[in-house]
Design a protein around this ligand. Sequence first.
Ligand code: HEM
Length: 354
Amino acid sequence: MSSNETVMIDQNGRVIVRSHAEVVRLAHDPEAFSSAVSRHLQVPNGLDGAAHAEMRRLLDPFMDADAVAALLPTLEELATELVTALVAAGAPFGAVADLGARYAVRAQSAWLGWLPEWEEPLLEWVAENRVASRTGHPRATAEAAHRFDAIIRELLRRRREHPRNDVTTRLTALRREDGTALRDEELVSILRNVTGGDLGSLALCTGVVVHWLAVHPERQDGMAAASDHDLDAAIDEILRLDDPFVSNRRRATRDTSVAGCPVHAGQTIVLDWRAANRDQEIFADRFDPTAHAAANLVYGTGAHVCPGRLLATTELRVLTRAVLAAGRIELAGEPEREEDPVAGFRAVPVRLVR
Ligand code: HEM
């Protein structure tokens, strides 16, 4: 691997962009750096231009301020119930698997109108998908995708047979501007990309936040008493410092250059959010939510900026409040880091002390 400060070329010839300025520039130039990087259909992630914009217009309202406000009481109930059960069990628990992953599945199921019986298969899928991403093995990745597709196709079939007043039913009723319905494989891809992948992200984000609080006990009272706005800013800053959402790919559409490095048409470029979020040209080496908020890239930037940001931020705030209200967070064992290319923690054993 060769490198300078802002860009690296890996053994597969992929250009890894690490500087904040270049990551932002590329994310805002979708004509030169396309998101159509996969052989598989990826909606909306892998779309460009008008097709991408149309899909975002259809999907963004499912995650807007009204949708999140309507979900808030349910999220609060789910978080309190889960944390109360973990405390009542009286034993240390895992902030990623027992808290984050379980809460993520319940929160997303509540959002989409999925039944509790899907919780275990979805949790198994999250664990399997994480192993597949860690190993990068194409067969494992394909099998994990296949398993998720089977779960989703079954859900869509049931909702078409028995429509309900929920997001999944409303997705099946979406129509493009020309009046055509979305194909099944598009709906499966949306549900995989909009929700499935993010079940893992939310669990990893929970691990990073709970770990940070455990190793910064002096911050816990202040965070528990903070306003929603200040708590959201603090959580965004914790995630910036230790971003578990590592990177996204782009494909150069023409010969060009990135951070002074020549790039040819068709070459894969990796936007390294994690490195850009620690770029010392932009960020001081400290926790400073106010100073660092504007440049924070945890949820991306540009046309593909995360549409689930408000939902994810609200879910994380509600869970953090429930944990802080239940006791002081202490580590109950050695945290285990995830392995490259996944970031964050595989396990963060904690206890809540009254
Ligand atoms: C839990 C923390 C989350 C993090 C850190 C995160 C981060 C990101 C980032 C960095 C991108 C930009 C991808 C790119 O530029 O190629 C993105 C896109 C996306 N995120 Fe999130 N996300 C999170 C949660 C969610 C949630 C809860 C949802 C939906 C419920 C969601 C749905 C999406 C979708 C659909 C895209 C693709 C948007 C597009 O291509 O236009 N994310 N996310």
